[in-house]
Design a protein around this ligand. Sequence first.
Ligand code: ZN
Length: 475
Amino acid sequence: MTDSGRPCRHPLTNVAENQRLLAHEQAVKGRFDAIVPVLRRIVGLQHEPDFIERAQAVAREQLGFDLPARILEDAWIGSLDMRALYGESVMRTLRLMAEQARAARTQQGGDDVVSFFLDCGFHAVDITPCSDGRLKGLVRYILRLPDTAVRSLKAYAGAMFDVEANVKRWIETELMRYREGRPVAADAGTRYLKVAVYHWSSSDPTHEGCAAHASNERQAAEGALQRLREFRQAIENSFCCGASVDTLLIGVDTDTDAIKVHVPDADGEMSLYRAVDNLELYRQTVGDEQNDARIKVYQAIQGTSAATGWGVGRGEPHEGMRRLIATLLINNLSQIEYVCGTWGGRYPDIGHAERFISVGDGFEEFQLRNLAYFAHLHTVEEGAPDIDVGIKIFNRLNLMHGLPVPLAVHFRYDGRVPSSRERTVERCRRVKAAIESRYADLAQKGLLVCTMTVQDARSGSPIESVATYNGSDAG
Ligand code: ZN
């Protein structure tokens, strides 16, 4: 409700898109949430004479797949291995949902947004959010961008991205412009845009904020801003001829999905004290006509650039950056409305409610809030702190209820590179083994269910299961 008591309906909301996104979110989460009730039903059947047939019929009807026969067959001698069954069910649901998402995936709007970015002066947009599962819907929901328009989306705990790995990705992008003129030639005068996204919780700021920054919003923002500065400095120091990048810092309140955009000045510098608070902007414009609301968005950016005191900067950013920020703010107004209209302004699950831990490259198919905790890594050594945070979160979500931690190891390979698939499969096995030895006590008790999949780097390629050992069936 707005202050006047009128139900919210922001004039700039994309109503059709909100309905489509809600249907998608409910369908996917509903599938995961159905697992425990269905397994409870199946437990009740285990002493029936036709147990296996009946259990499979329930699973097929309610979950959409068959349960692993070997687990059901073993039930007659003791009791059903519910941990194994739960872990398998989560993983089969994950694969089923990924397949459906892939089939329904369209290039919808992707090319238009790439042209829009180019118009704004950006040939590539690379986003690093925190790996927190509540930011998993960042691109599709919170910022309302088609995922095909984003060059890279790699999450790190606390948005503390690896500067060297990012410089390498920048080099690859720039080389492609020199070699192939994609997406624009090297002399086009456009820039690479690096965005870092931190988060906080407005309802419970000291507990439900960013775990990697001890729920301290300021520390989270500062950490991400520091990395952005280091990245820009790295490019400027390593490459001459005025090589540089644009950077942008965005904060997300994970309770309302409202963003805060830190507006760069004319030199591209940002400040923690110079930002547009979109929730505030939503409140100021919710009763306006469309055009007035749109004008106020631009005025808010202008007003922020003119900040004095601690947030003072050296003028306005370039016109393309202003247009990009305005678009992100307007897109996010639909998401604020989405949370407002569906849950009365605040998510009921302000804390963690992830369904699985995603390790490695992450699934492009899943971009939903609180669906997965994501740990991006190549080796367990480098990603250990991220996985530790994930296990800690699942300690409360699953382990305390006797349920295992479902962990999906997933890596992309490049089908154009000879033997890339084989090397990637090997990496999957190495990472799985390293995780199982790091959390050996959990693994021995069957409280860690780890599956492996690989996928070609080409967007929209199928997800392939990896067998635990050479030649055995992954199921
Ligand atoms: Zn975080």
